[in-house]
Design a protein around this ligand. Structure first.
Ligand SMILES: [Zn+2]
Length: 393
């Protein structure tokens, strides 16, 4: 049954290119969603659009405990970014003076996640009409990237169908041997310090939000984090102030905290809150004037969590990868699977196959060589989990 992936390689690639060229910035996925929905409809599936714009499809009856195969619709690129796909031998519009090499296809979003959507549709076609298909729900999600904050997947796993799911597989990376079974959690905050402002000479001595921010940032920078579970922090954006000879009225920073462990993330959030308060107090103590308390506004929250290595889903993924003579590896990443794991549904992220690199950059490219291998892996996992005896175990 899985031989067809090699025979259909050109059609799968054509579908991937077609989807890639329909722009789908986070929050503006509807055109691409239409294209995915009609591809699923052409397989005779029952296709719905949920309240946030996810495309959800299943066979004649909705399975009792669905196996959900998924890919995300959105890209990190804005509406003005060209996503035309440059083919082998063409001048590469994304790299000056370069010709696209043999077998490579260059465009922003060509792999992440146009390759994921193409893989989902190829598997849906291959399994169409088989007993396994009756257990599967296909889901193309919105809002996976950046400030989308897993909006589509969260909505899916807040729904009754999502919570009933037996397993969730999102197709969202390039490494054919890797199983993402750990979700890296992240919390993001906009931290703001405020004062009255004033003239740098005439009002010297007033509370200076820039100094308060600097003191808080220094305190955060000194924080020691554990490497196991891996935990990191970053100040990615700093802004505020008007001109060099004025005390700023405002200074703010955007902070990104990440960890494989939910409790380490809780602890890191406490550290950040303490650092902000300490920076504020430090500046207050140095100046002659009081100021508003600093604010800390959440701008992102992705849950952390793990699907254990001995879970049936991870085990099935291992066997499927081994059957392609590859050695499976378990890794951590931040994907739609985080939302499933947080809802108690076993979840992994798997490869879209082929070779690809430079995701989230205009220099992104994809080479379909060996894509069939990863499509067989996805199909095998679904077929194995859909066996009636597997359900009993
Ligand atoms: Zn992705």
């Amino acid at each position: 049954m899985f031989d067809r992936f090699e025979a259909e390689a050109d059609a799968i690639l054509a579908e991937q290119i077609r989807l890639c060229e329909i722009a789908a910035p986070t929050g503006q996925e509807s055109k691409r969603a239409d294209a995915v929905a009609s591809a699923l409809e052409s397989l005779g599936l029952d296709v719905q659009r949920d309240a946030v714009g996810n495309v959800i499809a299943h066979g004649e009856r909705q399975p009792r405990r669905p196996l959900i195969l998924s890919a995300h619709l959105d890209t990190v690129f804005g509406p003005d970014q060209s996503c035309r796909v440059a083919r082998p031998g063409e001048a590469n519009p994304y790299r000056r003076d370069a010709i696209v090499p043999t077998n490579e296809y260059h465009a922003p979003g060509i792999s992440d996640a146009a390759a994921g959507l193409a893989a989902m549709l190829a598997v849906a076609r291959a399994l169409s009409g088989t007993p396994a298909a009756e257990q599967i729900v296909y889901a193309a999600t919105v809002g996976e990237e950046g400030l989308g904050d897993l909006r589509g997947a969260r909505h899916l796993f807040a729904s009754e169908m999502g919570r009933r799911a037996r397993a969730f597989i999102t197709i969202d990376h390039s490494d054919a041997a890797a199983i993402v079974n750990a979700g890296i959690g992240s919390r993001r905050f906009r931290v703001q310090f405020q004062g009255r402002g004033g003239h740098s000479w005439g009002h010297f001595g007033r509370y200076n939000p820039a100094f308060a921010l600097a003191a808080a940032a220094d305190r955060l920078a000194e924080t020691e984090v554990v490497s196991e579970p891996r935990t990191t922090f970053n100040i990615g954006v700093v802004r505020g102030g008007e001109t060099v000879n004025a005390i700023p009225e405002r200074a703010e920073a955007e902070v990104d905290l990440r960890s494989e462990s939910a409790s380490a993330l809780d602890e890191l959030e406490r550290v950040l809150r303490d650092a902000v308060e300490a920076g504020h107090q430090r500046e207050l103590a140095r100046r002659s004037e009081a100021a508003l308390a600093p604010s800390l506004a959440p701008i992102g929250d992705r849950p952390a969590g793990v699907t254990p290595a001995d879970n049936e889903l991870v085990q099935a993924a291992r066997r499927a990868i081994e059957s392609e003579s590859l050695t499976p590896r378990l890794i951590a990443a931040s994907t739609d699977a985080n939302a499933a794991i947080a809802a108690g549904v076993p979840a992994i992220a798997m490869s879209w196959g082929g070779r690809s690199d430079n995701q989230h950059s205009v220099r992104e490219w994809f080479d379909p060589t060996d894509r069939a291998r990863s499509l067989r892996v996805l199909s095998r996992i679904l077929v194995e989990l859909s066996q009636p005896d597997a359900e009993r175990g």
